[in-house]
Ligand binder design. Structure first.
Ligand code: ATP
Ligand code: MG
Length: 264
């Protein structure tokens, strides 16, 4: 379970560029919740993830993960509990290392007593088996340097690195946005498969409203550092693109500015 309590964050305080990115934001995710997050550019979506991962200190508020207060836990320690995939396929993997080495590194990080960096045959077989499930042919390229892979293939490797040992929380920050539509769909399907299989508590930021509507059991909309929409379960299942736009205009007394929000 994740609990964010009255999170507040202002960047560049006391300067002309001062910006309140999170305004007293509270959110509770139940175990196994798969929440999609939408909102315009600058709404505070990535900042919310940054607050959970400990990229910066909040000005006020708390974060509880798996019943632990993690507000003073350093970023690298939180990273052991939280898997995060970014929009940029270049992030998350080491390009000069092979697929197998990347997976082994991620796997050893999660072990209680890491046995150095030697890749054991047993592990190697497990990585191959795991990769083969995603029908991308990656299991036959375990010796290939990750830097040579396509963006979609790299995102899948990153996703596997984050989830091979189930994280307490999975954070996806527009992780398919840099991919062509067919690859994006494939990576989304793999994502859904992994999340469902491991029942991972997940938050996924997307600008694709349709994808936000058809994925997960809950949908949040952020606007100027606040949650302005929170629909779950059946209510979410029934929600349509029109519905979401209506709810937005009721709330904000203006039309939804779909700058980067893709409507289909
Ligand atoms: N480290 C930082 N220093 C200063 N300002 C920041 C910093 N990080 C974020 N901001 C500002 O906080 C606001 C929220 O940014 P954030 O990256 O969370 O938006 P977002 O909802 O993820 O937008 P996008 O859809 O464009 O990714 C923006 O105005 C941004 O410029
Ligand atoms: Mg962002």
């Amino acid at each position: 379970m994740l609990e964010i309590i009255n999170a507040q964050k202002t960047f560049l305080k006391g300067t002309p560029n001062e910006h309140q990115a999170l305004k007293n934001l509270s959110l509770t995710l139940e175990d196994g919740d798969f929440t999609t997050i939408v909102g315009s550019n600058g709404a505070g979506k990535s900042t919310l993830f940054g607050a959970v991962c400990g990229n910066f200190m909040l000005d006020a508020g708390g974060v509880i993960l798996d019943r632990k207060d993690i507000i003073f836990m350093p970023e690298h320690k939180r990273a052991r509990m939280i898997g995060r995939v970014f929009q940029d396929p270049m992030k998350g993997t080491a390009p000069h290392m092979t697929i197998e080495e990347n997976l082994a590194l991620a796997y050893s990080r999660n072990r209680k007593n890491p046995l150095g960096f030697a890749i054991r045959k047993k592990d190697s077989d497990m990585f191959r088996e795991y990769l083969s499930r995603f029908s991308m042919g990656l299991e036959d390229r375990m010796d290939a340097k990750v830097g040579l892979l396509s963006g979609g293939q790299r995102q899948v490797v990153t996703l596997l690195m984050c989830t091979m040992v189930a994280p307490k929380l999975l954070l996806l920050d527009e992780h398919t946005a840099a991919l062509d539509p067919a690859t994006a769909e494939k990576v989304m399907n793999i994502t859904k498969e992994i999340v469902a299989e491991q029942k991972l508590t997940t938050m996924m930021i997307t600008h694709n409203l349709k994808s936000a509507l058809t994925t997960g059991n809950r949908l949040l909309m952020l606007d100027s550092g606040e949650i302005i929409l929170d629909v779950k379960g059946e209510e979410k299942d029934k929600l349509t693109l029109d519905g979401i736009m209506k709810l937005y205009s009721q709330k904000k007394k203006k039309e939804l500015d779909n700058d980067r929000m893709l409507l289909n």
